[in-house]
Design a protein around this ligand. Structure first.
Ligand code: SF4
Ligand code: MG
Length: 329
């Protein structure tokens, strides 16, 4: 498999007020294979959008490396960056906010192609706009209308058409369906899946819960308070979640079968999400972990591969802990 995107020990800290440091992303490593969908999941404020923006080069990194197709993206010169943006595009949670309300749909979709000088004639450009509208399930009659005339789902389709305009290989979708009605969510997810198949796209799909991500992702990384806590194939994560936080997230998804729904145990997380300005010592999840042990406040758990392609950061699975006494039980 071809690792198109590699994130190594990525760290992104922000200085906020009086020299306080917000640790948005801490030492996160993962890769995305060409043609797959990698789901990045966690509560809001866990650092997933920051990762997306740092990959796009919209933020400088604090430490670590982001490599796309062999290029270290934070070392690209202006020309390199310009070309990189052809290959990687982003779609956002609120399509209305990301579309200029004073531009027509045609202008919104044409803009990146004009910036990149893709077509010599207006006619070719317009034909391409029509083609893109059709690819996302809209039509040419929509071209001269304004974004506010459309429903949320349609606006997201316009955002997708714009993201596809430069023929990218990779799309970062930052909560693209979170603001949409459930029925519309499935339509947008299906559209993304179809486009992926047709065009061989690779997706980094960011979401705050696991329900939709399950269907769309090949592999999933779970984030908590700036740290990645578990990563494995989608099916395996659902069958055998190892990290207590993943277990809690999964138990929050309703199951349509009432018998199963009644029989299963729900993990309720106590307490509030701590601030990334002052994260807990040791394991960042320990203040809300139902099975926290003494060692959890003393030592940060290592990121380790506990079975093939299944990574977790939790002392429960740490065979190397010298003092087993601290683990308790
Ligand atoms: Fe819970 Fe400890 Fe594992 Fe953290 S390291 S998830 S606190 S058991
Ligand atoms: Mg976000």
């Amino acid at each position: 498999e071809d690792k198109i995107l590699q994130i190594q020990n990525l760290k992104k800290h922000f200085t906020v007020g009086k020299g306080q440091v917000l640790q948005a992303v801490n030492d996160v490593s993962f890769y995305v294979n060409k043609g797959e969908t990698f789901g990045l999941v966690g509560e809001s404020g866990c650092g997933k959008s920051t990762i997306g923006r740092t990959i796009m080069g919209l933020y400088n990194k604090t430490a670590g490396d982001v490599t796309y197709d062999g290029d270290n993206i934070h070392q690209l010169d202006d020309k390199g960056k310009f070309n990189f943006y052809r290959k990687m595009q982003m779609i956002f949670q609120d399509p209305y906010a990301s579309l200029n309300p004073r531009s027509t749909v045609k202008e919104v979709i044409s803009e990146p192609m004009e910036v990149h000088g893709m077509f010599k004639s207006k006619r070719e450009l317009l034909d391409r706009v029509y083609q893109l509208l059709e690819e996302v399930g809209l039509n040419r009659d929509h071209a001269n209308r304004y974004p506010h005339e459309f429903s949320g789902g349609q606006r997201q389709r316009i955002g997708i058409a714009r993201a596809l305009a430069l023929n990218p290989d990779f799309i970062i979708a930052d909560e693209p369906i979170s603001a949409l009605d459930v029925s519309v969510q499935a339509q947008v997810v299906n559209l993304l899946k179809e486009l992926q198949k047709e065009k061989g796209l690779t997706f980094l799909f960011i979401a705050h819960d696991l329900s939709m991500v399950k269907q769309i992702s090949d592999r999933i990384g779970v984030m908590y308070l700036g740290n990645m806590v578990e990563l494995t194939e989608s099916a395996r994560l659902y069958e055998n979640p190892l990290h207590p936080y993943t277990q809690a997230l999964l138990s929050a998804i309703p199951i349509p079968d009432p018998d199963i729904e009644e029989a299963r145990e729900r993990v309720i997380l106590e307490g509030e999400l701590p601030s990334p300005i002052n994260p807990p010592s040791g394991c960042v999840f320990r203040t809300r972990c139902p099975v926290a042990m003494e060692v959890c406040s003393l030592k940060k758990p290592d990121w380790q591969e506990v079975e093939q392609n299944h990574y977790v950061a939790c002392h429960l699975y740490d065979e190397t802990l010298e003092d087993r006494e601290l683990v308790g039980q």
